[in-house]
Write a protein that binds this ligand. Structure first.
Ligand SMILES: *[C@@H]1O[C@H](CO)[C@@H](O)[C@H](O)[C@H]1NC(C)=O
Ligand SMILES: *[C@@H]1O[C@H](CO)[C@@H](O)[C@H](O)[C@H]1NC(C)=O
Ligand SMILES: *[C@@H]1O[C@H](CO)[C@@H](O)[C@H](O)[C@H]1NC(C)=O
Ligand SMILES: *[C@@H]1O[C@H](CO)[C@@H](O)[C@H](O)[C@H]1NC(C)=O
Ligand SMILES: *[C@@H]1O[C@H](CO)[C@@H](O)[C@H](O)[C@H]1NC(C)=O
Ligand SMILES: *[C@@H]1O[C@H](CO)[C@@H](O)[C@H](O)[C@H]1NC(C)=O
Length: 267
């Protein structure tokens, strides 16, 4: 009954939805930091930012509206450059942010932590650099974090393992380093697990589920090999030594014998 009332309230309130100043700030700022050399975002204009949604209808390429607010932004494969504005966090109803397959550079803004409704974050295949913000752990509804194919550095924040709903996590092909947090590499209980595919292609990253790194020291096999080898070598060496000694003594004896026979012949 309560749910029904809530439902009715939400939907009867719909026609009253007014343009949201936060969404306007978000879109205005984002359009300033992103560069659009192919002019793929032709209708991303100031006049549209003031009123990007009417109920469920969006007037912007890549934006989806719900109840007069932007709840989905999907700008993939549009040759976008530039960087991600921290003011993107003003789109507070955003549930899905997909900027994948562009050439966007700069950092992942820490301010994305204020997108408390965010469920899917796909920034894969760009040129993003800097560290993965540990503050993303505050986006409690996140179930997709896809950051593969970027230039991200530093360690994977172990706090991300606290995201209980996380069911897709991909940071492969970056420049990450350090240990894979157990909270992500070896998740406990019924939490969805991530295999090596999620972590591969990062030179400095190590730990389960990645295969063990080639050890810099000597492997057991090498040590055994060297032991056997040197044993054999010393055997061969001492054998030759003995042979030479025998040969020399033989020659000495032969020479002695020769002398003897010389002396003998004198007699
Ligand atoms: C903006 O562009 C998208 C697709 O390019 C189109 O669906 C939408 O109707 C356009 N909006 C306006 C207001 O022109
Ligand atoms: C990306 O865009 C280019 C050019 O518009 C197109 O040729 C290509 O098929 C697109 N790729 C994907 C995966 O959609
Ligand atoms: C918009 O986002 C910026 C950066 O996160 C923040 O400083 C500012 O307070 C936000 N504005 C509003 C109205 O929420
Ligand atoms: C993220 O976007 C890429 C390219 O658009 C897509 O291939 C990939 O499946 C997406 N990731 C997830 C987890 O949906
Ligand atoms: C993974 O976690 C389990 C249970 O906590 C533990 O027994 C196991 O040793 C861990 N595996 C690795 C490779 O760390
Ligand atoms: C990792 O898991 C994905 C599905 O989540 C699967 O497609 C892939 O084959 C797995 N890779 C390895 C190396 O196990």
């Amino acid at each position: 009954m309560g749910l029904l009332i809530l439902f009715l309230l939400t939907y009867t309130a719909l026609p009253l939805a007014t343009p949201d100043p936060n969404d306007e700030a978000c879109l205005t700022q984002l359009s300033q930091t992103l560069k659009d050399p192919l002019n793929n975002l032709q209708n991303w204009t100031k006049s549209t930012f003031a009123n990007p949604c009417s109920g469920f209808t969006s007037y912007l390429t890549g934006a989806t509206c719900n109840n007069g607010r932007i709840y989905k932004l999907s700008l993939t494969n549009l040759s976008l450059q530039g960087s991600i504005s921290p003011f993107l966090s003003n789109c507070t109803n955003l549930q899905s942010l997909d900027l994948s397959s562009n050439s966007i550079s700069g950092p992942i803004p820490q301010d994305l932590q204020y997108l408390v409704n965010l469920a899917a974050l796909n920034l894969s295949s760009n040129r993003l650099e800097g560290e993965i913000p540990r503050q993303l752990m505050l986006c409690a509804y996140l179930n997709v974090i896809d950051l593969h194919d970027n230039l991200l550095t530093g360690e994977i924040p172990q706090e991300l393992g606290l995201l209980a709903r996380l069911s897709a996590f991909d940071v492969s092909n970056n420049k990450l380093s350090g240990p894979i947090p157990e909270s992500l590499g070896n998740r406990s209980g019924n939490l969805p697990r991530f295999n090596s595919t999620s972590f591969q292609g990062n030179k400095g990253l190590y730990g389960y589920p990645l295969p063990p790194m080639k050890s810099k020291g000597l492997s057991v096999l090498a040590i055994v090999g060297i032991g056997l080898g040197s044993g054999l070598a010393s055997l061969v060496f001492s054998f030759t030594g003995v042979c030479i000694w025998l040969k020399i003594t033989e020659e000495k004896m032969a020479a002695e014998e020769g002398k003897m026979s010389q002396y003998m012949s004198d007699y």
